[in-house]
Design a protein around this ligand. Structure first.
Ligand code: FAD
Length: 452
C-alpha cells in the first residue's frame, strides 16, 4: 500500500483525495494548517454577512473523512526533504513530526498580494483569502465606520459588499479607468462600476494608493487611521482591505529543488521536476499552457479538474490535464456573472463581439464569434440564468452565432414569470448584424404566449 500525502485541503487537494479513495486502497493523508476540514472558500463572505455559519460551508459531514479512511492533519509543513521523501510537520507542539510519503501532491493554493506600500503591516490592514483572514476581518472591523478597499477585482467587490452589511462606509480605490477592465470589456466594466456606486460605495477610478498611515500610538500596536492616494488626497479610515490579486503560495519552496517561477512548474500531467511530486490548483504554473489558456489560473473549477486528473494518473493511467471550455462565475453584489470560453477585455483581430444590455443596467449578454466562419468563441452573461451544459456545448461544438441565438431558449432557465429577454436580444443582434437575419426558435414560455 502506498502512502499518498496531499498538502492543502482546498478544492484541488480534497478532490484528489476523494478520487484517489474511489480508485484505490492507498493510505491517504491530507495536511493543512488553515482548518481541519475542507470548506468552500468562495462562501467565506457569507459567514461575515451572517447568511451562513462556518459549518454550512463544509460540503462534507465531519465523519466523512474517517469513514473514507482519509487521515486529516492540521499542521504547518515547515520543511521538505524531497530526496528522502519526507516532510516536517509543525503541529503546534515543541517537537516537529517527520512524515514520509510515496507520492506527494502539492495543492498549496494562493496568498494575497501586497506591493510593499508604507503602512501595509499596520493593524487594520489585511487581505482576504483564508479562514484566518475572515477572523481578522471580524476583529478589525468591529465598531468601525469607514473603510478603504484597494483594488478592483472579484475579492475587492466582495469585501465592499461585506462591509456594507455592517453599515461601514466604503471607498474603493481602483487604478484603472473602469472596474476590472483588464478582464471585463468596457461596457460590462462600466455597468458593474455603476452598480457598485448604486450600492453607495465611493468608487474612485484612476486612483492609486500611495501610503497607509497610523495613529502614532506608542502604547499599543500601531493602527491604520488614513490612506493617501497618488493624487495627493487623504482619506480617513479604520480599515484597509488589500484586494490587489493573489499569487501562488510558492515562497516556501525557495530553498528546495522544486522548480518554481510564478507558480510550481508542471507538465501536462501535473508532474513537477521532482519524481512522485505533483502540483495542482492555484499554486500551479503550466510549463506549456494549452491554447487560449493562461499558465496560472487561480479558479475553483480548474482546481477541481486538476484534482480529478492527478487521481486518475496516480491510480489508473497517466492522464493529461484537459480543463475543457474555460468557465468562471462570480457575483458583483446583486449581479450574477458567468463567463464561458474566450471573452477578453478587447476582442482580438478576427473576432466580432455582440453586446446587449437591458435598460435597467443589471442584465447583459456578450457573444463573441469568429468573423470568418461565425462560430461562437465566448459568452459573458450577467443577471440571467443560462444552462451551463448548453453554453459549454455551443462553444465546444463550434455552433454558429445564428444557431446560438435562434436556440437561445434552450439555454435560458429563469423561473416562470421572470421577464425573458430572448426577443430583445435577437432583435438587437439583427440590428447589429442584419445579414444573419436570426429567427428565434423554440417554444416561448406559457405567459409570453398568452400576454405576448
Ligand atoms: C474570497 C474569495 C472568493 C473567491 N471566489 C471565487 C469564485 O467566485 N469563483 C472561482 O472560480 N474562484 C473563486 N475564488 C478562488 C478559489 O477559491 C480558489 O481558486 C481555490 O479555492 C483554490 O483552491 P486550491 O485547492 O488550489 O487551494 P486553497 O484552497 O488555497 O488551499 C490550499 C491550502 O493549503 C494550505 N497550505 C499551504 N501551504 C501549507 C503548508 N506548508 N503547510 C500546511 N498547509 C499549507 C493553505 O493554508 C490552504 O488551506 C475565490 C477566492 C477567494 C479568496
Amino acid at each position: 500500500m502506498r502512502h499518498i500525502v496531499i498538502l492543502g485541503n482546498g478544492i484541488s487537494g480534497i478532490t484528489a483525495a476523494r478520487h484517489i479513495r474511489k480508485h484505490s486502497d492507498d493510505r491517504i493523508t491530507v495536511i493543512s494548517s488553515e482548518t481541519e476540514h475542507f470548506f468552500s472558500r468562495t462562501a467565506l463572505m457569507y459567514i461575515y454577512m451572517g447568511h451562513m455559519k462556518y459549518e454550512h460551508t463544509k460540503p462534507y459531514e465531519d465523519y466523512f473523512w474517517e469513514k473514507n479512511r482519509i487521515e486529516l492533519r492540521q499542521a504547518w509543513v515547515s520543511h521538505f526533504d524531497f530526496d528522502n521523501k519526507s516532510i516536517t510537520l509543525d503541529e503546534g507542539t515543541n517537537v516537529p513530526t517527520e512524515l514520509t510519503y510515496d507520492i506527494l501532491i502539492l495543492g498549496v493554493g494562493s496568498e494575497s498580494n501586497a506591493f510593499g506600500w508604507p503602512g501595509q503591516d499596520l493593524e487594520g490592514v489585511q487581505g482576504f483569502y483564508s479562514f484566518q483572514d475572515l477572523e481578522a476581518m471580524e476583529a478589525n472591523t468591529e465598531g468601525i465606520d469607514r473603510a478603504v478597499i484597494v483594488g478592483g477585482g472579484l475579492i475587492g467587490i466582495e469585501m465592499a459588499e461585506m462591509l456594507l452589511t455592517r453599515d461601514i462606509r466604503v471607498t474603493m480605490l481602483v487604478r484603472e479607468e473602469a472596474y476590472w477592465n483588464g478582464v471585463l470589456p468596457k461596457e460590462e466594466a462600466e455597468m458593474i462600476g455603476r452598480h457598485i456606486r448604486e450600492h453607495g460605495v465611493d468608487l474612485r477610478l484612476e486612483t492609486e494608493l500611495e501610503a497607509i498611515h497610523d495613529d502614532n500610538n506608542r502604547e499599543a500596536a500601531l493602527r491604520v487611521t488614513s490612506v493617501t492616494t497618488k493624487n495627493g488626497e487623504q482619506i480617513d479610515c479604520q480599515f484597509v482591505g488589500l484586494a490587489v490579486g493573489v499569487h501562488p503560495n510558492v515562497k516556501q519552496f525557495s530553498d528546495t529543488a522544486l522548480e518554481t517561477d510564478k507558480g510550481i512548474l508542471v507538465n501536462e500531467f501535473l508532474e513537477t521536476n521532482i519524481p512522485d511530486v505533483y502540483a495542482i490548483g492555484d499554486c500551479v504554473q503550466h510549463r506549456n499552457p494549452l491554447e487560449d489558456r493562461k499558465s496560472v489560473e487561480q479558479i475553483w473549477y480548474t482546481g477541481r479538474i486538476m484534482g480529478e486528473t492527478v487521481a486518475r494518473s496516480i491510480c489508473q493511467t497517466r492522464t493529461p490535464y484537459q480543463p475543457g471550455v474555460f468557465f468562471n462565475s462570480a457575483k458583483f453584489m446583486d449581479i450574477e456573472y458567468q463567463t464561458y470560453g474566450q471573452v477578453p477585455a478587447e476582442a482580438p483581430e478576427g473576432i466580432k463581439s455582440f453586446y446587449w444590455e437591458h435598460p435597467g443596467g443589471k442584465i447583459a449578454l456578450r457573444l463573441n464569434y469568429r468573423e470568418d466562419n461565425n462560430t461562437l468563441t465566448g459568452i459573458n452573461n450577467f443577471g440571467m440564468r443560462l444552462r451551463h451544459e448548453v453554453c459549454e456545448k455551443w462553444i465546444k461544438g463550434k455552433k454558429s452565432i445564428g444557431y446560438v441565438l435562434s436556440h437561445f431558449r434552450d439555454a435560458h432557465f429563469d423561473p416562470e414569470f421572470f421577464q425573458r429577454h430572448e426577443k430583445s436580444i435577437v432583435a438587437a443582434f439583427n440590428k447589429h448584424s442584419p445579414k444573419h437575419n436570426v429567427k428565434l426558435g423554440g417554444k416561448a414560455p406559457f405567459w409570453e404566449r398568452v400576454w405576448g
